[in-house]
Each structure stands twice: as C-alpha cells, then as structure tokens.
Write a protein that binds this ligand. Sequence first.
Ligand SMILES: Nc1ncnc2c1ncn2[C@@H]1O[C@H](COP(=O)(O)OP(=O)(O)O)[C@@H](O)[C@H]1O
Ligand SMILES: [Mg+2]
Length: 289
Amino acid sequence: MAEEKKRSTGYHGGTVDTVISVEAVNAQAQAIASKVEVSDLMALAKNDPFLVLEDLHAGYGRMEILHGLNLAVARKQSLCLIGPNGAGKSTILHAIFGFNDIFSGSIKIGDGDAKKDIGALSPSSKLKKAGIAYILQDKSVFPGMTVEENLWMGGFLKDDPKQAKIAAEKVFDKYSRLADRRKHLAKVLSGGERRLLEISRALVMDPEILLVDEPSIGLEPRFIDMVFDILHDLQHNEGKTIVMVEQNAKKGLEFADIGYVLVSGELAIAGTGDELLENPDVGRLFLGG
Ligand SMILES: Nc1ncnc2c1ncn2[C@@H]1O[C@H](COP(=O)(O)OP(=O)(O)O)[C@@H](O)[C@H]1O
Ligand SMILES: [Mg+2]
C-alpha cells in the first residue's frame, strides 16, 4: 500500500520529496525535445516496420491531441511510450485500435509493400481481421464470471463459439496459474492473476500486435516482474509485436527494444530502450535519477 502511494505521486519510484509536478515535468520535457527524424524511427524499426503511423493527427471530438505523430515498429519488436501525464500516450494506443477520431495521416500495418491502411477499420475489425488487440488500462475482467468464462468472452468475435473454447484451452495449457483457477470467479483472483487474465483474454484472438496500456499499474512489485516476464515471453517466444505505455519508465525501457518520449502530443526523443535509459535528461525527468 505504501509502495502504491509513492508510485501514484509522480514518475519517480523514489520518495515523495524527489517528485516534481506534472507541469514542471512538462516544461522541462519540452525543453529537452529534439527534432526526431522519420529516418531515425525507421532505423529503430530495422527499416522493416510492420506498424507505421505517418503524420497522424488524432484526438477526441474536435480536440486534437496528437499533432503529426510518426511511429514505426517492426514485427516481433517492442516499443515503450513514456512521458508526462496527459502527453497523449494512451491516445496513441486508442488511435491505433480505433477508439478515437483520426483527422489526418495514416496508420498502416503489414510487411514490406503489403501494408494496408487500417485507419478506417472499427475496433472489432482490428481485432478480428488486422490482428490487433488492446489490453485495457483499467480493470477489465468480468468479476462475476469465472476465469474460463472470461477467456471465452475474449473470443466473442470468433465465427464459432467452439473456436473460442479451443483457444481458451491453449491459454490454459500455457498458464497453469489460470488453469488451476478456471472455475473460480475472477473477483477472487490476486491482482497479478487478474492482470494475467486480462492479457490472456486478448491472446484468445491470437493477435499479432498487442497494445498494452500500463501493465504494471496498481500491482505489487513481485507481480510487476511477472507481468513483464509474460510480455517478454509473448514477444520473444510467440513473436508478438508490442506497443506499450508504461508509467514505470525504468521497467518499460528495460523491457522494450525501442523507447519514445512523448510530450504534449509530439515525439520529443526516440532511441533504443537502452539509449533512453542512459539519456541523462530522461533519467532526471522520468527515471528518478
Ligand atoms: N475520452 C476522452 N475524451 C476527451 N479527451 C480525452 C479523452 N481521453 C483523454 N483525453 C485527453 O487527451 C489528452 C491526452 O490523454 P492521454 O492520452 O490519456 O494521456 P497519457 O496516456 O499520456 O497520460 C489529455 O489532455 C486528456 O485529457
Ligand atoms: Mg494513459
């Protein structure tokens, strides 16, 4: 509990006196922003991107939150977005999944020249046809349903309900933690188990791209490591492409191949996860160092 309190006060993992206000982080983050070239982003994505956002302007209603955003990530790569509160990190995931309004620019997915613009697809088509899954930031399991029923819900878009059950069994084969609790109501699971259920419910549709919003939020430290281990396995052993938002910038950047710092709807810094971990400005503002 004490740990949670500390974390929710700012970006630093440290004590309250090391925390600076969101406004101050914003101003300082803007000051360290440098021009990020599209060619740099392509190089980070091994010049073979699978998901590309080009000059994307998007937001909610008529309010523009993302002002000409570029993003590129290769197949089986992971990208972590960090930045101050309200910078638009979740909005990027929302735009990719189709939860908000796209004013201009494009979102393309596919290998090489076979890319398709998916900007106009609905979220259910994204999940079913484009292979993109969104793992919710907030608690999204159905507490009154069993673990098994929650997994079946993850397959509600499948043409045949039997397919959802078969896919759920695959998840149980992989995660015995969940299999042992398949008949338990989701509300009795621990925080870590619930997060595992949220992630595995997305796996029922066998997506290629996982959009993950703050996987560590609200979890005890030992579960945070578990969740990152699960995501590591999904990337490296199952070949998933991961775009993640993470408030715990250190964990997120240690995990991810690529890191972007987003400030006020624009890309301020981009580099490999390791480069950002060693960047003194990033350290000062987001790593508590
Ligand atoms: N559903 C929404 N409707 C209107 N504005 C929103 C909505 N969600 C987020 N915003 C606004 O968009 C901006 C970026 O928010 P968000 O992407 O959630 O930031 P982050 O994830 O970086 O903390 C904020 O100013 C926020 O108030
Ligand atoms: Mg967010």
